[in-house]
Design a protein around this ligand. Structure first.
Ligand SMILES: [Mg+2]
Length: 144
């Protein structure tokens, strides 16, 4: 599956790349403008992303704005509900206003930094993404 990681901070970027690598192929956007450009182009090429991991605090367009524009784009293209890209916000902002705003704009999950690895994998599982690697899936049961 295709993942778009949108993150301006180099340290957070490398942490997230390691954590998400087990789920699929990751492409990186270092700012919101670039992220939207990549998202639109992938859609037009009929190779859309399955997941966007989206930071909020970025210079230029922030993650909240990117999420709104991305959902508007999908809406305009007739992509709705479960057919839309899954979006996980990954941010240092943990205030109620940002969390509510993100869910109103239809993110699927909201995780705060420093990232809780177990929660990330739980959210990925909930969204129906499975890792290719055994060790990346702490929820894996022992019954097989
Ligand atoms: Mg940032």
């Amino acid at each position: 599956m295709k993942i778009l990681l949108v993150e301006d901070d180099i340290v957070s970027r490398s942490v997230m790349m390691k954590l998400l690598a087990v789920y699929g192929e990751i492409e990186i956007a270092q700012n919101g403008e670039k992220a939207l450009d990549m998202f639109f182009k992938a859609f037009e090429k009929k190779a859309p992303y399955h997941l966007v991991a989206l930071d909020i605090m970025m210079p230029g367009k922030d993650g909240q704005q990117v999420l709104k524009e991305l959902r508007k784009f999908e809406y305009d293209k007739g992509v709705m509900g479960h057919d839309g890209v899954k979006v996980i916000m990954i941010t240092a902002l943990d205030d109620r206003k940002n969390i509510l705003e993100a869910f109103r704009s239809q993110c699927e999950a909201y995780l705060t930094k420093p990232i809780n690895v177990k929660r990330l994998h739980e959210e990925m599982t909930k969204l129906g993404f499975s890792s290719k690697s055994e060790k990346a899936s702490p929820l894996k049961r022992t019954d097989e």
